[in-house]
Write a protein that binds this ligand. Sequence first.
Ligand code: NI
Length: 159
Amino acid sequence: MAVRTIREDGDEILRKKSREVEIIDEKIKELIDDMIETMHKANGVGLSAVQVGILKRIVVIDLYDDKGPIKLINPVITKTKGEQEVEEGCLSFPNQYGRIVRPAEVTVEALNENGEKIKIKAKGLLAQAICHELDHLEGILFVDNIIPGTLHYVEPDEK
Ligand code: NI
């Protein structure tokens, strides 16, 4: 496993659309392991492959609870319900946060690293993280959708 470099705001790859994974081979599994290590080192709750420079539809999420880390390959949101206004940040925008409206609940279908179909019903922070990471696969960044005037900087030791 290895920590990869996280691409940051201004890197044009973050605006590109990621492609479906066709074959889950050893290289993909190694990428997923590296993404998890990279996310953990950065104390993040989610990371998409594009953020380490790979345009593939893969995301990892870890809320540091008994469910994680969650690995989603070719994820699709099949259902959303309600709304929640939440504080959000992104590992590609160090120390920047804003308020955003996300669905309160989502259902996501994907493949896991063994190629098995999985379905996760999520609410709260997990629903927020799923929406945020799936946006990355379309080249959408959280700053595109934050409530105007809410973007602010927080020094790491204050958070
Ligand atoms: Ni992000």
